[in-house]
Ligand binder design. Structure first.
Ligand code: CBY
Length: 433
């Protein structure tokens, strides 16, 4: 009798709680999923989703739960080809990303990879990063973004890693969080995800572990502060390409900031606008923004939870209409291109087809003068990365790189994606980060 009186009350309480919780979730609503179509098309249909890019794409689409089993299988095979057969060719973060993608969820039909072996290999790669830091003045083989991916994958898949060392190196004062004295929001966000996983892991026992965990919690708090201090007026966190992962970092650490410090809906609105302007034409860019837009984070990776497949809310074959280029634009444009090494500047005027990217300008200059403008590049998950100019090679151990600039300002896109304009002053500058 008593129970039947209480039931309506419990029902009322549940009812009044659920809608509020739903309102608090910051994600693109189901009715607006069509806004995400350009991202999904880029990832699924792109002929550029090759090699290591596939890991980013698989992780993202599995978290979002929008692949069908056939599409998933194709991507899994691509990632496996990299992770299983060429582990020594991969950097630690590329390998970690591959493991995260393969273990995002459980597909009961697929033969699951030998996780313990992969995780052990990743542990070795992480140790090699630490060893390089000891030997080379604190510089890892790669960078802290990749070391964060390593710790994240090791933590999620129960691998071995030294918690004291993690607490020591991920101090936000460490110079690896900064490029040219600027805090790297991408790096800070990935570190927050990794450290949050470590902090949530229950099996720390030793007294020294407690001390390390205390430090880790304090690192998370100050990294979140730094990320929020890079919030722009339009809601972006850092720039458009760091915003997705910064959102994930903020999702998992809501206890570390006040509600008033971040208007997530505003960030969402700006990102959706940028999707329609075509900011995410690179598969990796699309892959890194999508999970956050669906309220997911890399901490949702769980190789024992069943995968979710295509919900039918997406129209994957829809191709965004390509905006017609005005008929009056010239076919050829002229730009000024310079190579700057310390106080020496080597300049040249080159003509390229309208719509060309930075790399095309470098190629045109090289064709005109092989000695002054020769260069090499490597493929990265963000497209071509310039490794040397005039034979002078970038080196992580001395933090050197070839910086790309336009009219004196550093670009926020790489050589393969930045579209150049008539009369622009383009520059590659020998720099230290
Ligand atoms: N990923 C990585 O290892 C890269 C990590 C990252 C923090 C990355 C940005 C963020 C991300 N989400 O992946 C990063 N860049 C790093 C670490 C670096 C350094 C690389 C060397 C090293 N120690 O590992 C370095 C040298 C500081 C760097 N990035 C240089 C550049 C310039 C490349 C120029 C060249 N030589 O080709 C450039 C073009 C900046 C410039 N003006 O010179 C650059 N980076 C850019 C623009 C970017 C963004 C790319 C955006 C885009 N649409 O193309 C970036 C997303 C990214 C890739 N860099 Co770095 C940052 C941003 O704008 N939000 C892990 C791996 C598994 O994939």
């Amino acid at each position: 009798m008593r129970q039947s009186h209480e039931l309506p009350l419990v029902g009322f309480l549940l009812f009044s709680l659920i809608p509020r919780q739903l309102c608090e979730i910051c994600a693109v609503s189901k009715t607006s999923y069509t806004d995400l179509n350009p991202l999904i098309n880029t990832m699924i249909n792109s002929e550029y989703t090759k090699g290591i890019q596939a890991a980013n794409v698989l992780l993202s689409l599995r978290l979002a739960g929008i692949l069908n089993q056939n599409q998933e299988q194709q991507l899994i095979q691509q990632v496996k080809r990299n992770v299983d057969y060429k582990p020594s060719n991969l950097t630690s973060g590329q390998f970690a990303l591959g493991i995260l993608a393969l273990g995002t969820c459980k597909n009961p039909d697929a033969t699951s990879p030998d996780f313990p072996d992969l995780v052990r290999k990743l542990g070795n790669k992480f140790q090699a990063e630490l060893k390089n830091m000891d030997k080379h003045n604190g510089n890892p083989l790669t960078n802290y973004y990749q070391l964060s991916l390593d710790v994240l994958a090791l933590c999620l898949f129960r691998g071995k890693y030294p918690i004291n060392k993690v607490a020591e190196i991920f101090n936000p004062k460490n110079e690896n969080f900064y490029f040219k004295k600027q805090f790297s929001v991408d790096t800070g966000a990935m570190a927050v995800l990794a450290l949050t996983c470590v902090n949530n892991t229950k099996n720390w026992q030793e007294k020294t572990d407690t001390e390390a965990l205390k430090n880790i919690r304090s690192h998370i708090k100050s990294l979140i502060e730094k990320i929020l201090s890079h919030k722009k007026e339009n809601g972006l966190l850092g720039n458009i390409y760091s915003t997705g992962e910064a959102m994930q970092a903020l999702f998992v650490s809501s206890d570390d900031y006040n509600e008033s410090e971040w208007n997530c809906q505003q960030t969402l609105r700006t990102v959706v606008m940028e999707i329609h302007k075509g900011a995410f034409r690179m598969p990796t860019a699309a892959a890194q923004i999508l999970p956050a837009l669906m309220g997911k984070t890399y901490l949702n990776v769980n190789k024992t939870s069943p995968c979710v497949y295509g919900s039918g809310n997406f129209n994957i074959s829809t191709v965004e209409p390509i905006t017609a280029t005005p008929t009056l634009t010239p076919l050829q444009i002229e730009v000024n291109y310079s190579v700057v090494i310390n106080s020496n500047t080597y300049s040249i005027m080159v003509c390229v087809a309208n719509g060309s990217v930075f790399l095309n300008v470098m190629e045109a200059a090289q064709k005109k003068n092989e000695t002054l403008f020769s260069f090499t590049w490597e493929n990265s998950s963000w497209g071509p990365y310039i490794t040397s100019v005039q034979g002078l090679r970038a080196n992580n151990n001395d933090r050197t790189f070839w910086e790309l600039l336009s009219n004196g300002k550093p670009l926020d896109q790489g050589a393969g994606s930045y579209v150049v304009h008539e009369g622009e002053n383009l520059e590659v500058r020998w720099s230290k980060y």
